[in-house]
Write a protein that binds this ligand. Structure first.
Ligand code: HSE
Length: 390
C-alpha cells in the first residue's frame, strides 16, 4: 500500500494463522497467538482482518474491554454482534471502527456518520458485493459461464474464503444491516431483512433479461418513508437508464436519495486487498478525531407486511400460487422447461418463502417496483409523535 500518511505508528506485531506461509513484505514480529498482542499494554489499537466471525468477536471484545481500539473488516462479525459491540463500546474506553466492512474503497460509513448524519436519507440502494458483480459482469458482457467467472473472482482475491456467502447474498445482507445502523442508528434483526442471491440464476433468467435489454445486478435496498424503514437484498433487473447498469466487475456503487440533496452516487472498488487496506488505514487515521454522533432524527422499523415488491419468480415447474401468494400478477410465461410469473408479493411472504425458494433453486429477481402501505407509515409516525409528547 503506497501512502502519504505522515503519522508514525509503531506496529507492535502481526498475528497469523500459518507462520510458514510465504509473505512478500512483513518487516514486523510475526506471532501465531492473538493474546501476544491483546495482552501487550503498549499496544493501543488492534486491526482485525480475519474471516472467522466468532474468533473476530472474541478478539474485538477482549481488546475493547482492555481499553484498546479495534479496527475491523469483518462484516459478518459486525452485523451479527452489532448490539453487543455497541454495548461494549459504551462500557469500555476503546473505539470500534469498521469502514472496511462495507463497500471497500467507498467511505460510506464515514459519510453516513459525518456529512449525512443529520440528513433524512429516503433511499439507499446499491451493489455491495464485488464478487457477485464480477460474476454478473462476466456473464452479461463476456458470455462467460458462472463457474468460470466465480473461479476468476476467487483467484483475484475478491471472494470470501467461503464464496457461498458472496453468491447467496449473505455478504450483502450483513453489509445492509450495517448500513441500516449507520444511516439511521437503527438495529433491525437480520431475519427481518429478506435476502436472495445470484447462485440460483439460470440461463433462462439471463436470456429473459437480455431479451428485454436489461442486466441483472445484486442490489441492496433500504427505504425510509416518514421515519419508517425497510430493507431487502435481491437480484434485480436494471436497464441502461439505471446508473447501476454500468457498474462492472468488482466495483460497488451506492445511490443515496435525500430530500435536501436529491440523488448522489458513490462508486469504487468494493473488493480486493488494496481497497480493504486503504479503508483499514483510513480508520486508523481517523481514530482520534471523532466522537460518537447524536442524531436529531429518530427512525423505526416498518413491518415487512406493509411492503409490496414486484418480483419475477422462476421455477422449473408450474409455480404453485397457493404457496406463493401473489397479490397481482402482471406477466407470466410457461413452457415445458420453466415457468415464471412477475407480480406483487409482500416482503413478509418472501421472508417466509426464502428457504422454499432456495431449496427449489428458483430464480428471484426484483423489477425495482415496490410500494409501502401509506396507512402503516402514518401509524408509525403517530406513534413517534406520541412517544415524543410523553
Ligand atoms: N467478498 C467481498 C466482496 C469482499 O466480494 O465484495 C469485500 O467485502
Amino acid at each position: 500500500l503506497q501512502s502519504q500518511d505522515q503519522n508514525t505508528y509503531r506496529i507492535g506485531g502481526v498475528v497469523v494463522k500459518n507462520k510458514g506461509k510465504i509473505r512478500p513484505l512483513v518487516p514486523f514480529a510475526i506471532h501465531t497467538k492473538a493474546s501476544t498482542l491483546l495482552d501487550d499494554p503498549e499496544i493501543d489499537t488492534i486491526v482485525e482482518a480475519i474471516d472467522d466471525s466468532e474468533a473476530a468477536f472474541e478478539i474485538a471484545k477482549y481488546a475493547l474491554l482492555s481499553g484498546k481500539n479495534v479496527i475491523s473488516a469483518n462484516k459478518k462479525m459486525i452485523a451479527t454482534y452489532l448490539r453487543d459491540l455497541i454495548a461494549l463500546q459504551q462500557q469500555a474506553q476503546g473505539r470500534l471502527k469498521y469502514e472496511a466492512s462495507v463497500a471497500g474503497s467507498i467511505p460510506i460509513i464515514q459519510l453516513l456518520n459525518g456529512y449525512l448524519a443529520q440528513e433524512p436519507v429516503e433511499l439507499l440502494r446499491g451493489i455491495l458485493n464485488g464478487t457477485s458483480n464480477f460474476i454478473l459482469t462476466k456473464i452479461f458482457n463476456d458470455s462467460m459461464d458462472y463457474q468460470r467467472a466465480l473461479r476468476q473472482a476467487q483467484k483475484l482475491g475478491f471472494a470470501e474464503s467461503d464464496p457461498s456467502s458472496d453468491v447467496s447474498g449473505r455478504d450483502t445482507w450483513y453489509k445492509t444491516k450495517i448500513l441500516l445502523h449507520e444511516a439511521y442508528g437503527l438495529e433491525i434483526s437480520l431475519d427481518q431483512i429478506f435476502y436472495y442471491g445470484i447462485d440460483t440464476l439460470g440461463s433462462d433468467d439471463i436470456q429473459y433479461a437480455k431479451s428485454k435489454g436489461k442486466r441483472i445486478k445484486l442490489i441492496a435496498h433500504i427505504i425510509q418513508k416518514s421515519g419508517s424503514i425497510a430493507a431487502w437484498v435481491m437480484p434485480q433487473f436494471v436497464d441502461a437508464s439505471d446508473p447501476l447498469f454500468h457498474i462492472d466487475n468488482e466495483y460497488n456503487s451506492i445511490e443515496i436519495e435525500s430530500s435536501n440533496l436529491g440523488k448522489q452516487h458513490f462508486t469504487g472498488k468494493g473488493a480486493g486487498a488494496l481497497p480493504t487496506a486503504v479503508a483499514l488505514h483510513g480508520d486508523l487515521t481517523s481514530l482520534n478525531r471523532e466522537k460518537p454522533i447524536a442524531r436529531a432524527l429518530s427512525y423505526q422499523a416498518l413491518s415487512p407486511e406493509e411492503i409490496k415488491l414486484e418480483v419475477y419468480i422462476r421455477d422449473k415447474q408450474i409455480l404453485d400460487r397457493s404457496i406463493i401468494p401473489f397479490i397481482k400478477v402482471r406477466e407470466g410465461y410457461l413452457d415445458d422447461r420453466f415457468h415464471y410469473l412477475i407480480g406483487e408479493v409482500r416482503l413478509s411472504d418472501l421472508l417466509n418463502l426464502k428457504s422454499w425458494l432456495s431449496s427449489r433453486s428458483c430464480g428471484v429477481i426484483a423489477t425495482g417496483r415496490y410500494h409501502v402501505n401509506e396507512a402503516a407509515q402514518l401509524k408509525s409516525v403517530k406513534r413517534v409523535e406520541m412517544e415524543l409528547a410523553l
